[in-house]
Write a protein that binds this ligand. Structure first.
Ligand code: PLP
Length: 373
């Protein structure tokens, strides 16, 4: 394709391929560089060179875990993956896939409040550390996508350091919704997965933080992009959108979401009998409410709320459309019926008190009607 120098042709700004060295390519590359810097600043990443853009949060998790696995295999080590039973499918299914290749995977249990046993983790790390042939990776989410329950990431990071295990954090759900913003530096992780759409950025763009010097085998081969760590022409528009969303993160919005969520939960408990809020005793994201209405099918309530123009989820959004009980609630010790009786409400920065009041005005009758059937 031949195109001409157009110094102020703003319509052409997005045309260039960031791998090209002509002016249009350089413009696209500069836009990517700017986004990388904004993301590094927003998430406590020491150097923007440690960020690799991916096609989604799911791809970032796959790149971290499979990349570490293939590196361990190349080094002639035995690969062990410690994760939890409440992770997103991106981690759970990757763990099962790696098991099929010969890795060992361990799924830590959680209690009724969604917290894992740090003693169980430490015992496992200690026993695996006794054999120098083992290569151990711990992969845990900073916050759960169904309940909002937050794991003590820094404490876990310290344990991983003590036992020389590699630490991957799935921070997809946590960014922008923690009272103290998520920081890669504080997490002590060597690998961290991100996704733009969870902070109002475009869908289909994610990132993996890879600590400087860490060796991973790339998931994609075929080009020198992303410092040879992820081949393929970058999604320039997605990356720019991700950078903008990261730059626009505002702690005041986080505080406002928490106020609205607390109001919603207090009112739900006042207005509807027999409701349980999951993870209420644990540290939680500011915007997530997992409500279990006994005797109510979550998918029936979801459809009734949908008719009122209110969008909620049952289980994880990524599993919607199926009526399987939530694997997160099952792991927390709820039975199958209970695990089908919950809905998840995720508030966004744009949600208003009037919208929450509309939800509260219709919810009691809808729950009553479904219970009466
Ligand atoms: N990890 C968690 C905790 C998530 O909640 C999600 C998506 O909801 C993902 C990973 C996957 O991210 P993406 O939708 O960008 O593939």
């Amino acid at each position: 394709m031949l195109y001409f120098f157009a110094p102020d042709a703003s319509a052409d700004d997005s045309y260039g391929n960031p791998a090209s060295i002509h002016w249009a390519g350089r413009k696209a590359k500069a836009a990517i560089d700017e986004a990388r810097e904004a993301i590094a600043r927003a998430f406590g990443i020491a150097s923007e060179e440690e960020i690799v853009f991916t096609g989604s949060g799911t791809e970032a998790v796959n790149a971290a875990l499979k990349g570490a696995y293939f590196h361990a295999v190349q080094a002639g080590k035995r690969f062990h993956l410690i994760t939890s039973a409440v992770e997103h499918e991106a981690t759970l299914e990757t763990a099962r896939f790696l098991e099929s290749l010969g890795a060992r995977a361990y799924f830590l249990e959680v209690d009724r409040d969604g917290q894992l046993s740090e003693t169980q983790l430490e015992n496992l790390l200690a026993s695996l550390a006794t054999d120098p042939e083992n290569f151990t990776v711990v992969s845990l989410m900073a916050a759960n996508n169904e309940t909002g329950v937050v794991f003590p990431i820094r404490r876990i990071g310290k344990k991983c350091q003590r036992y020389h295990a590699l630490f991957h954090v799935d921070a997809v759900q946590a960014i922008g919704k923690l009272e103290t913003p998520f920081s890669v530096g504080d997490s002590l992780a060597q690998l961290v997965s991100f996704s733009a759409h969870k902070i109002g950025g475009p869908k289909g763009i994610g990132a993996l933080y890879i600590q400087r010097g860490l060796k991973l085998v790339s998931l994609l081969h075929g080009g020198a992009q992303e410092r040879r760590r992820r081949a393929g022409t970058q999604n320039v528009a997605g990356i720019v959108g991700f950078g903008k969303a990261a730059a626009l993160l505002d702690p005041e919005e986080t505080a406002r979401m928490k106020e609205l969520r607390d109001y919603l939960e207090a009112e739900v408990e006042r207005l509807v009998p027999d409701v349980r809020i999951q993870g209420k005793k644990s540290p939680r994201l500011v915007n997530t409410s997992n409500l279990l209405f006994r005797g109510v099918r979550g998918d029936s309530l979801l459809m009734s709320l949908d008719l009122e123009g209110i969008a909620v989820s049952t289980g994880s959004a990524c599993a919607s459309g199926t009526v399987n009980p939530s694997h997160v609630l099952l792991a927390m010790g709820f039975d199958k019926e209970e695990a089908k009786s919950a809905i998840r409400i995720s508030l966004g920065a744009q949600n208003t008190r009037a919208e929450v009041d509309h939800f509260l005005s219709v919810l009691p009758q809808l729950v009553e009607r479904i219970r009466a059937k």
